[in-house]
Design a protein around this ligand. Structure first.
Ligand code: DGP
Length: 114
């Protein structure tokens, strides 16, 4: 847990969020500033600052996060499709320094995202 990390604080129940799923390793909650009708964030409860900070030992956890993204999309009824995004580092557009996977859907997505 990183004391100054907003997602660690959400994972620890210290600040509120609209949580839709959690188990011992993973939490899913609604994005504060949704970019589509469904916009959720899948995070590891353990502090990992970005995808670039993961290694082989994290393979199981990364698989769990991806699987949870699929389950989240199912729960949201995104049967026509959805987008998963992991922004990494400043040039990747990452603004919160705790690994998170966006699950976005409920409208037509365009490519490239900009
Ligand atoms: P990124 O740019 O990939 O680092 O996305 C960070 C996302 O986190 C952004 O879409 C807004 C969301 N966010 C930031 N602060 C909070 C918060 O306090 N609560 C929730 N639910 N979402 C947040």
């Amino acid at each position: 847990m990183a004391d100054d990390c907003i997602f660690c604080q959400i994972a620890g129940g210290k600040i509120p969020a609209r949580v839709v799923f959690q188990d011992e390793d993973v939490m899913v909650f609604r994005d504060l500033t949704p970019k589509a009708p469904s916009h959720l964030l899948v995070i590891p409860k353990r502090h990992i600052s970005s995808l670039a900070e993961t290694d082989d030992a994290d393979s199981g956890l990364l698989g769990k996060l991806l699987h949870r993204a699929v389950e989240t999309a199912r729960q949201e009824g995104l049967d026509k499709g959805f987008r998963t995004v992991i922004n990494t580092g400043p040039e990747g557009g990452q603004t919160v320094g705790h690994l998170h996977l966006h699950v976005i859907g409920g409208r037509q997505m365009t490519w490239p995202p900009g």
